[in-house]
Every structure is written in structure tokens, then in C-alpha cells.
Design a protein around this ligand. Sequence first.
Ligand code: OAD
Length: 242
Amino acid sequence: MFSAMLISRLRSAKTVSVLTGAGISAESGVPTFRGEEGLWQKFRPEELANFDAFLRNPKLVWEWYNYRKHIVNQVAPNAGHYAISKMESLFPHFHLITQNVDDLHRKAGSKQIYELHGNIMRNRCVDCSKHYNEMPEADQDVLPRCDCGGLIRPDVVWFGETLPPLELKRSFDAARSSDVFFSIGTSAVVQPAASLPLEAKHEGAYVVEINIEPTAISHYVDETILGKAAEILPQLVEKLIE
Ligand code: OAD
């Protein structure tokens, strides 16, 4: 399943980076966004995942995030998350970049994570930006509010918003310095995250994609390994430590 080139590149790699998307959490039971069963088939992002929508109807947006938080609270990391957490100790420099907000990489033990789209477990005030990790869930009638009176929102990135600058810079630095770069479980259509594998490739990394189907970047990467991340990644780690 793994090419001799990939194994050889990994054995000599000083810097390895991994970009993950919703597909890494699919086998934990977290729905992906695109595809037949994806969230964006059933829900409209323009009503739920942008700031104007939140100001128009914060209750609806909170219901949607509480629904997603409920799912995330019920599930556990899968073998793919654990394999990535193991990879952190296999290379001199390892960077994990995720578009996911589900916190499952942290639960699997990954230490250093660049969360490009925020984290669904964190919240912040729209007025003063105070962060709230623990917060009573918004209910039907009462919207969560900050000490300052401002509305509290989930600390995630919505469409039209900029990504956290430090995480973004570190992610691009990581991509540019990688010897091997993995793009795992992402359709690679949402920018700027989708540019990371291409940037890595441009700077000389060996770029490998792991996905159940070809994606927007399959033509550009060095290898596409077709299959479930939770099955492929543990086998890859096994191969590296044998
Ligand atoms: P998508 O839903 O666009 O893509 C998920 C990818 O995972 C698809 O390419 C699937 O083929 C693949 N996949 C599904 N199951 C898999 C499995 N078991 N193993 C490996 N791959 C699998 O999700 P993302 O690419 O993460 O942003 O989407 C990027 C962003 O778009 C999200 O972060 C979110 C969304 O709108 C915001 O909300 C800002």
C-alpha cells in the first residue's frame, strides 16, 4: 500500500506536516461538510456559518453549534487521530494543521495543533473578545452574554472571516519547510488551507494525500492513497516503527 519512495522519504525526513479535514473524524461519527451525507447538503452555510447570519439570528446559529457540540461530545478519537498523535514523536519536527473544530486531535494526545478554523469548544465575546472555555449552553430563551454585555459566539472561523494570523503563518511556514506533507480527509477546496499542500509541493516536499476518493488536488500531489484514514494511518505508523 505504501510506496518505497514514501517510506524512504519519511525515514530521512526532518520535518513532516499533516493537514487534516473533516474526513479524519468521519469514522468517529462526526459528519463531513461535502458529499452526499455532508452537512452542507442539509444546512445552508450562509444561514449558519457567517457573522451576519449570527447577528440576524443568534439563536438559530447557537442551536446549530449546540447540535454539533452535542455530536462532538458523544464521540471519541479514532485510530487515525491516534496514529497522527504517535507521528508527533517519530520525526524531529512535526506539525499538525487542522481545519476541524472538533477537538479530537487534542483528545487523541496531539500536543501542538494549528487550528485554522478555531475550536467548537471555545467561545468569545463579539464585542470585547474575552474568551470563554466553559460556558452554559445557550438555551431557547437566553443567549449567552459576556460580562461586558456583548453576545458570545463560538470561537470558530466563519465564511468571509480571516483565519487566526499566527496559526496561519505557522501553517504556511510548516508547509514550506516540510520534507513530507500529508493532506488527509479534506476535499481541499476551502482556502487558504487548500493551498498548503500546493505550497509544500512548490517548496520541494513529497506530498501525499489520504482520502476515500480523489480530490481537487489529486493531480498535483505525488501520491494519493485511497482509503479510510483510520485504517491507513495506523498501518503507516506500524511500518515506520517496525
Ligand atoms: P469536506 O466535507 O469538504 O471534505 C471531507 C473529505 O474527507 C472528503 O474529501 C471525503 O472524501 C473525505 N473522507 C470522508 N471520509 C473519510 C475517511 N474515512 N478517510 C479519509 N477521508 C475521508 O471537509 P473539509 O475538507 O474539512 O470550514 O472542509 C473544509 C472546510 O469547509 C471545513 O473546515 C468547514 C467547511 O465549510 C468552515 O466551516 C470555515
